[in-house]
Ligand binder design. Structure first.
Ligand code: CP
Length: 320
């Protein structure tokens, strides 16, 4: 049974909590397709989208999810707000809450722990939509959902998370969720982009993508987060692509039935080749039935669609 007022990170959730969200998210899809009908679950409630960092997928899908549950949606626009005059996150949230009727605050902020601060300070439920390099729990959940839908299970899957692990909140949330559901996780990237705490999270560490690629069921390519790279951590994009980019040639060496994921937005031609990202596996198609190992593997747009279902589930649970 779900007992959480907030969703701050997957580190805080139990295996049963994760399965509760994933099972509920399934009810927002039918025959592999997202249901777009309107339900009354959040009728009379208001969801505030409080994004201090840019977002396309997360902000838009929370908005779609809330509206399909009949909630009112209020969106904060950092560019035109009093943040430019130095107003703090907490003052911003408290002032908007003082206008009345806010039930759920979905927050994205560059500071680790920003959602935790809000959860301690305001009345509404808080959902973390990404805090610094810490966690992005709904991305982790939608990635778990996508793997579970594709393979029928998460337990026992071999999952590689590749790239800029050190700066990735997506990697951290995926690791917590995947470990709790029994997947075997390997993080792979250049030593300068792998943080020291990784092994303590129960994952294998590799610096050689070519060595691990043929054994993986899932390869989740991360965006090179140039906005968070402090100093020269990489010789060049070209060097990075040569060692860690998912090129067509590398994708052809993946095992039959393996899938390619990316949280977006992608640096096309850097961490993932356009022809790999765009080789979309249709929802009815099973990669394991393809005659050769080459062929479509990308479930990137499926992840985006699943993000709406997962966020509908999360909003339903925290608002109830
Ligand atoms: N995956 C993800 O968080 O994308 P956005 O930054 O566009 O929300």
């Amino acid at each position: 049974m779900w007992t959480h007022k907030h969703l701050l990170g997957l580190e805080d959730l139990s295996r049963d909590d994760l399965l509760t969200v994933l099972d509920l998210a399934r009810s927002f899809k039918k025959d592999g397709k997202l249901l777009t009908d309107r339900r009354d679950t959040l009728k009379g409630k208001t969801v505030l989208l409080l994004f201090f960092e840019p977002s396309t997928r997360t902000a838009m899908s929370f908005s779609a999810a809330a509206k399909r549950l009949s909630a009112d949606v209020v969106s904060f626009n950092k560019a035109t707000s009093s943040t430019a005059k130095g107003e703090t996150l907490l003052d911003t949230a408290k002032n908007i809450e003082a206008m009345g009727g806010i039930d759920v605050v979905v927050v994205r902020h560059s500071a680790t722990g920003a959602p935790h601060l809000l959860a301690r300070s305001i009345r509404a439920s808080v959902v973390n939509a990404g805090d610094g390099a810490h966690e992005h729990p709904t991305q982790g959940l939608l990635d778990l959902f996508t793997m579970r839908e594709r393979f029928g299970r998460v337990e026992g899957l071999k999952v590689a998370i590749v790239g800029d692990i050190a700066h990735s909140r997506v990697a951290r949330s995926n690791i917590h969720g995947l470990r709790k559901l029994g997947a075997e996780v390997t993080v792979c990237g250049p030593a300068t982009l792998l943080s020291d705490d990784m092994r303590s999270l129960g994952v294998a560490v590799s610096y050689d993508l070519d060595a691990i690629l043929p054994t993986m069921d899932v390869v989740n390519m991360l965006r090179l987060q140039k906005e968070r790279l402090a100093g020269p951590l990489l010789p060049s994009d070209r060097d990075y692509t040569m060692r860690f980019g998912l090129t067509r040639e590398r994708a052809d060496r993946m095992k039959k039935g393996a899938i390619v994921m990316h949280p977006g937005p992608a640096n096309r031609g850097v961490e993932i080749a356009p022809e790999v990202a765009d080789a979309t596996l249709r929802s009815s198609e099973d990669a394991s039935s393809l005659r050769s190992t080459s062929g479509p593997r990308s479930v990137i747009l499926e992840q985006v669609a699943n993000g709406v279902a997962v966020r509908q589930a999360v909003l339903s649970l925290v608002a109830s």
